[in-house]
Design a binder for this molecule. Structure first.
Ligand code: CA
Length: 224
């Protein structure tokens, strides 16, 4: 999953980036409203963390422009303390949730997980497909109850698919959602990650999920 992080405070942005990456997200960053607007309009982000007090163009304006342009990704706004009208204006402008500074990183991560879950129609923090499970809180993956160790990229591919069971996902869509904007993307690597996931998550059980290749189209996570 790919997060757009918009925050002009360098220290806070660095802390948030590290926490998001540690939680298994791909992170794109902006430190002003103009760059943020551009990234949010052109990149396939799964959620946005948007500070409202930004240089060049303020966060509220950026949010309104995204929504006016039909960009409907979940947006979590960061607001100043004791500024309740900012929260109201943010939610009215199309924010899905807010956090008041200062906040705990754990709360930010929990709210983001919930936003991403809701956007893909998932209700539980533990995604289940057949005998495969992925705990979005801990990043733990298991097959038939046995823990499975995945690399960061394998996890990102599985996480994206587990949020969309039964849905055909193209290779380019997967590529867009697991690599940041400045990364040298190669959609052939997706095939490698999927191949490794199939091996690591193989089980003889009839309850096993599988990742189906739809020739020329992409992949689909198939429940048993
Ligand atoms: Ca700020």
């Amino acid at each position: 999953m790919r997060i757009l992080l918009v925050e002009d405070d360098t220290l806070l942005r660095t802390q948030l980036r590290t926490a998001l990456q540690d939680a298994g997200y791909t992170v794109d960053e902006a430190d002003n409203g103009r760059d943020a607007q551009f990234l949010g309009e052109t990149e396939a982000v799964d959620a946005v963390v948007l500070d409202l007090g930004l240089p060049v163009v303020d966060g509220l304006t950026v949010l309104k422009r995204w929504r006016a342009a039909g960009r409907n990704m979940p947006v979590l706004i960061l607001t100043a303390r004791d500024n309740w009208h900012e929260k109201v204006a943010g939610i009215d402008a199309g924010a899905d949730d807010y956090l008041t500074k200062p906040f705990h990183l754990e709360e930010l991560l929990a709210r983001l997980r919930a936003l991403i879950r809701r956007a893909s129609g998932q209700a539980s923090a533990v995604l289940q497909c057949g005998d495969w499970s992925l705990d979005t809180r801990s990043g733990r993956v298991a097959c038939a109850g046995q823990p499975v160790a995945l690399t960061a990229h394998e996890y990102k591919v599985l996480d994206y698919l587990m949020h969309r069971p039964g849905v055909l996902v193209s290779r380019s869509e997967l590529t867009e959602h697991i690599y940041a904007q400045d990364f040298d993307r190669d959609s052939n690597t997706i095939e490698v990650f999927v191949g490794r996931l199939r091996k690591k998550l193989a089980s003889s059980s009839s309850a096993s999920a599988r990742i189906e290749t739809v020739r020329g189209m992409g992949y689909r996570l198939v429940p048993p």
